[in-house]
Design a protein around this ligand. Sequence first.
Ligand code: GLA
Length: 716
Amino acid sequence: MFLSAVAVVSAQSIQYDASRKVWLLNTRVSSYAMGIAPDGELQHLYWGGPLWRIEDVPAAKTRDDISSFDPHEMLEAEEFPGWGGKRFYETALKVTRADGNRDLVLHYESHKTDGDTLSITLKDINNDIEAVLEYRVFADAGIVSRRAIIRNKSNQAITVESAQSATWNLPPGDGYRLTYLSGRWAAETQVNREPIHEGMKVLESRLGHTGHNFNPWFAIDKGEANEEHGSVWFGALAWSGNWRISVEQTPYKQVRVTGGFNTFDFAYPLKPGEQLETPVFYGGYAANGFGEASRLLHGLELSSIEPHGSAARVRPVLYNSWEATEFDVNEAGQTALAQKAAKLGVELFVMDDGWFGKRNTDHAGLGDWVVNPQKFPTGLGGLIKSVNALGMDFGLWVEPEMVNPDSDLYRAHPDWVMNFPGRPRSELRNQLVLNMARDDVKEHIFEVLDKLVTTYTFRYFKWDMNRIFSEPGWPEVSADAQRELWVKYVWNYYEIMDRLRKNHPELEIESCSGGGGRIDLGVLRYVDEVWTSDNTEAFDRLQIQEGFSQAYAAKFMSAWVTDVPNTNGRSTPLRYRFLVAMQGALGVGSNLNKFTDGDTKLATQMVALYKRIRETVQFGSLYRLLSPRTNDTTANEYVSKDGKEAVVFAFRHSQQYNTEPPTIHPQGLEPRGVYQLELWDGTLLEKSSGAYLMENGIHVNLRGDFDSTAVLLHGQ
Ligand code: GLA
């Protein structure tokens, strides 16, 4: 009887106790609860491990003020506070009405459930502004998503000054720790971990795109979690424009995370009847450490966010000539590289920058998406045919949001770039940003891209974006509508990709922004992989990839093998570079014309090995076993969905004299299963049970500098 009660309750992802006005949202691994207080406030009640009995969740209550300086609102955890009444902490919605009235107090109005989605409507106490909070429960993935739809129900215009997707409240208390990803160009997604104290920490982008400096992801633990153990609350915001996540601890030990559109330079006008939709904010709770938190997000991305869903194909092995040729592309040179790439086993050949307009350097040509006749006298058709005849798909680099002032497009449409009249148009990498918030610019970009795919029928776009915004003016619209640019630009970016994909269902897109400047759960709805970083140096990559993997699945993580010495002057062995890159979607970016016979032989062997393990790497469960931040060895393990196959990668950076090789303890194996161990080069090792391997570990004989190995585990 006990068991059947659990089964019945857990099958229902959204429960409502009408008598006490409490909702319980249940996933496989967590529960989330909220309720309506007597004064009408929607209060947060629970976020943690799974509950099966809604009666356990206490009803929301309205407390007493503590003092004339500490109103009761300070003590309550509201799900979506408006700025008004006695609220002085971070709020989720702030508006100014045309008549100057700025007070907003949101109370429960109604709710409805539709499958796994619960919509709760809050209304201002004067009935003029409405916020519909949408909760979606991804029960199997263990995630709840939230967003808000703000509606102007009055007969006067309003300006929305802050529109957040959600406020996430943690159980009140002290001693929390925040983990977040920060970085810079060529050093993205570095892991930071620090205590949360009273006050506020802001992670954000004001750059127009997601940004290299912070990634819209957070994890919070009680100060004691590690990869395998401890409670972790985490979230990821699905937005590729200006975003903001604030982490706040109040004097009363309330810890809140609020995220959505960045409030910086934000002002979104809504006429009577109009609405604004916020980005989706995904959140989850993991009882088993940061590793489980990551695996939950990875699972969500693969099952519910990635555009092809469960029908997504494994990422093909890609070759990209950028680091080999830079702008010096032509049919003969690319064909020669394609022949060499095909021999290695490459499946997708991508031609990067330099094929169009007068694009011989980064000073000219962006915007002129016509094939350069000197470089490709008969168009791209010849090259694509050769690539296809070699058994590879063809992909093309584009940077459609940008224009060089030295381009026919800019000469024809100088008004198409973001600008404030009479002010400088600041260039970065000699380029300006087209105002893609404009519908005519959006249509132009869509037509350019659509025509390219239609004319040449190829498989893949690498969509790049190589600068951040400046002077984001939009002089053609009224002053009060100009700041819509920050939001409309991003919606139009998504719309173009959506339409392209609908017109060309086979088309795949890679999101690149000078490396990892546009990686988030918003863009992952439209792209198949992302360019992780312009830094392809293998040792640096271990840290970048460790950070990436906190939030994003390996399937999306484009990773190339490139030549040494790399940009930072470091040289690592080719095997090491391959094994580092094989932990994501493998690509090769080396100058194949310079490969020795030995390089070619090893590369061919590694590509073949990757094809054997990539299903496990791309779609399996990741266990970060040893971190490059804290060990002289980095180790990661990927376990296939059915648990039968696993692969452990290990990298030793620099061995101190006479120190022992590391022992690596795999996880996630079937304890009672027996595994045949195989080294990366095909050498068969012993057979061992999962229990023994996880307890006793695998001894990898890594010596010297930049030694590396991979051990394959085959369930018998
Ligand atoms: C950016 C990308 C690179 C390459 C160049 C081309 O830097 O990140 O991979 O495509 O642009 O200009």
